[in-house]
Design a protein around this ligand. Structure first.
Ligand code: FAD
Length: 475
C-alpha cells in the first residue's frame, strides 16, 4: 500500500481523455452513470494536442502564406513573411481553447476527472499514480471500464527521438523556426501532410519511403494527383528506400542514409529528419494481464461490434481497438461503448467511416472503391466529375482532381466515393450520409445543390454514373 493511497468506486471508469475517451465519458454521464475519466497528460488526447488540430492549424496557415505569395495569376502580388514563432503561438491558442473546452464539457456533464496514470490492479480495479514524487496514488473500483489510451509514434532503429535532429510529428508541430532542409521518412498521410506544410513554408523537403508509392491504401490515380502537386511544390520523392541511419555532416547539418532492396545506399542532406512511419497502440503499459486481457499481434485490444473486449465489462475504443486510427472512429466507438453500458442497443457499423488526408489537394474517401465493390459481389457502376469542369473550382483557382462515386448497378445504392481535390474532406460527408441513409444515385443526382459550389461535383458524378451528366461527357 502506497502512502496516501485512497480508494473510490465508480460505475464507468474511462482511461484516456482523447476523442474516444472523453466522448465516451460524456455520453456515459449523460445517461446518468457515475463516470470517472483518468488522463495522464492533456485533455483531448493526441487529436487535440499534437495530431488532427495542430496539424490542420499549420496546414491552414501554410496554405494562406503560400497562396498569398502565389496569386499573381489572380492579380495579387505579395511576398508574405512567415513568423514561425507567431504561427506556433496561434496554433497553441487554438489547442488551448479546445482542450479547455473538453475539460469544461466533462465537468458540466458531471464526469469526475482524475489526473494520473492508470494501470489495472485486477479486473475490477485500477491503480492511478498521480504524477511527480510524493503525489501518491489511488485505487478506483469500477463496474465497467473503457480503455481509450490511444497510440504513439513508432520509432525506427537508429532514429531515436532523444537525438536532437530526429523529430516525430509531435515535435514537428512545435518547431519555432522553419528548417531549411527536412528529410521526411514515410509517405503515409502524416508524412505527406507535414511535407506539404513545410514545402509551402519554403523548406527543401525530401521524402524517403520504403514502399514504391506514396499514400498506401489509396487508389493510384488518387495518390498521383497529390504526389504531382507535392512535386510542383518542390518535394523530392525517393521510393523503395528504407531509412538506415543518420550522421552529422560536418557543416552543422546531417545526412540521412537510406538503403534500397539491393543494399545500395544513398544519403540526403538535411537539418532535421522527421520520422512518420506509423503509430502503435498504447497497451503495453496498462498491466492488462492483471485484468485478464490480452492483445493481438499488432498490440491492439480486439473488440466485438459493441466495443467489448474479451471481458464482458471492459470495453476498448479508438486507436487501441484497431484500424483505422482516426479521431471520428474513436468518438463513434466511445459513444457505442457508453450506450451499451447504459443498456441501449447500440452497435458499431463500420461500412461508412470516411477518411481524409489534408494534403494539397485533399483526399476524402468513404465506403468502397470499384474494385472493393466487385470483390464484395456487387455489379458496380462508377461516375466521375473532374474539378476542372466545375465552375466553383475554377473560381477558387484549384482545379486538380475529381469526384468518383461508386454505386450498385442493380439497385442504384451508393456504395462509396473517392474524392481528390479542393475541400475533399468536406465533400465526402455528403456521400457518407448517402451511404448511411441507403440513398441511391438517383437520390444524390436529384437533390438540388447550390450553385456555384464544389458540392455540385458530387451531384454531377452521380448523374455521370447514370449516363445523365450535363457538364461532363457521359461514360
Ligand atoms: P488519443 O487521442 O491518443 O488519446 C489517448 C489518451 O490516453 C491520451 O491523452 C493519453 O495521454 C491517455 N493515456 C494513455 N495511457 C494512459 C494511462 N495509462 N492512464 C491515463 N491516461 C492515459 N485523425 C483524424 O481523424 N483526422 C486527422 O486529421 C488526423 N490527423 C492526425 C495528425 C497527426 C500528426 C497525428 C499524430 C494523428 C492524427 N490523427 C487524425 C489520428 C488521431 O489523432 C487519433 O486517431 C485519435 O487521437 C485517437 O483517439 P483516441 O481517443 O483513441 O486516443
Amino acid at each position: 500500500m502506497v502512502v496516501g493511497d485512497i480508494s473510490t468506486g465508480t460505475d464507468v471508469l474511462v482511461i484516456g481523455a482523447g476523442p474516444g475517451g472523453y466522448v465516451a465519458a460524456i455520453r456515459a454521464a449523460q445517461r446518468g452513470l457515475d463516470t470517472t475519466l483518468v488522463e495522464k497528460d492533456a485533455y483531448g488526447g493526441v487529436c487535440l494536442n499534437r495530431g488532427c488540430i495542430p496539424s490542420k492549424a499549420y496546414i491552414t496557415a501554410a496554405d494562406l502564406a503560400y497562396e498569398a505569395g502565389h496569386a499573381e495569376e489572380m492579380g495579387i502580388h505579395a511576398d508574405p513573411v512567415v513568423d514561425m514563432a507567431g504561427m506556433l503561438d496561434w496554433k497553441n491558442g487554438v489547442v488551448d481553447r479546445l482542450t479547455g473546452g473538453v475539460e469544461k464539457l466533462c465537468k458540466a456533464n458531471g464526469v469526475n476527472l482524475v489526473e494520473g496514470t492508470a494501470t489495472f490492479a485486477d479486473e475490477n480495479r485500477v491503480r492511478v499514480a498521480h504524477g511527480g514524487d510524493g503525489q501518491g496514488s489511488e485505487t478506483i473500483e469500477f463496474e465497467h471500464c473503457i480503455v481509450a489510451t490511444g497510440s504513439k509514434t513508432i520509432e525506427i532503429p537508429n532514429f531515436s527521438y532523444a537525438d536532437d535532429p530526429v523529430i516525430g510529428s509531435k515535435e514537428a508541430l512545435e518547431l519555432d523556426s522553419i528548417p531549411d532542409r527536412l528529410v521526411v521518412v514515410g509517405a503515409g498521410y502524416i508524412g505527406m501532410e507535414l511535407s506539404t506544410v513545410f514545402a509551402k513554408l519554403g523548406t527543401e523537403v525530401t521524402v524517403v519511403e520504403m514502399l514504391d508509392d506514396a499514400l498506401p491504401g489509396y487508389e493510384d490515380d488518387v495518390a498521383r494527383v497529390v504526389k504531382r502537386k507535392a512535386k510542383d511544390l518542390g518535394v523530392e520523392f525517393h521510393f523503395g528506400e528504407g531509412a538506415k541511419e543518420w550522421r552529422e555532416s560536418g557543416d552543422g547539418g546531417i545526412q540521412v542514409v537510406t538503403e534500397d532492396e539491393d543494399g545500395e545506399e544513398s544519403a540526403y542532406p538535411a537539418d532535421r529528419v522527421l520520422v512518420a512511419v506509423g503509430r502503435r497502440p498504447i497497451t503495453d503499459t496498462l498491466d492488462l494481464e492483471n485484468a485478464g486481457l490480452s492483445t493481438n499481434d499488432g498490440g491492439f485490444l480486439e473488440t466485438d461490434d459493441r466495443a467489448r473486449t474479451e471481458k464482458e465489462h471492459i470495453f476498448a475504443v479508438g486507436d487501441v481497438a484497431g484500424e483505422p486510427m482516426l479521431a471520428h472512429k474513436a468518438s463513434t466507438e466511445g459513444i457505442v461503448a457508453a450506450e451499451v453500458i447504459a443498456g441501449e442497443p447500440a452497435a458499431l457499423d463500420h461500412q461508412a467511416i470516411p477518411a481524409a488526408v489534408f494534403t494539397d489537394p485533399e483526399i476524402g474517401t468513404v465506403g468502397m472503391t470499384e474494385a472493393e465493390a466487385e470483390e464484395a459481389g456487387f455489379d458496380p457502376v462508377v461516375g466521375e466529375m473532374p474539378f476542372n469542369a466545375s465552375g466553383r473550382a475554377l473560381t477558387t483557382n484549384h482545379t486538380e482532381g475529381f469526384v468518383r462515386i461508386v454505386a450498385d448497378d442493380d439497385a442504384g445504392f451508393v456504395l462509396g466515393a473517392q474524392i481528390v481535390g479542393p475541400e475533399a474532406s468536406e465533400l465526402v460527408a455528403e456521400v457518407a450520409l448517402a451511404i448511411e441513409m441507403g440513398a441511391t444515385l438517383e437520390d444524390v443526382a436529384s437533390t438540388i445543390h447550390t450553385h456555384p459550389t464544389l458540392a455540385e461535383a458530387v451531384m454531377e458524378a452521380a448523374e455521370n454514373a447514370q449516363g445523365q451528366a450535363i457538364h461532363t461527357l457521359n461514360r
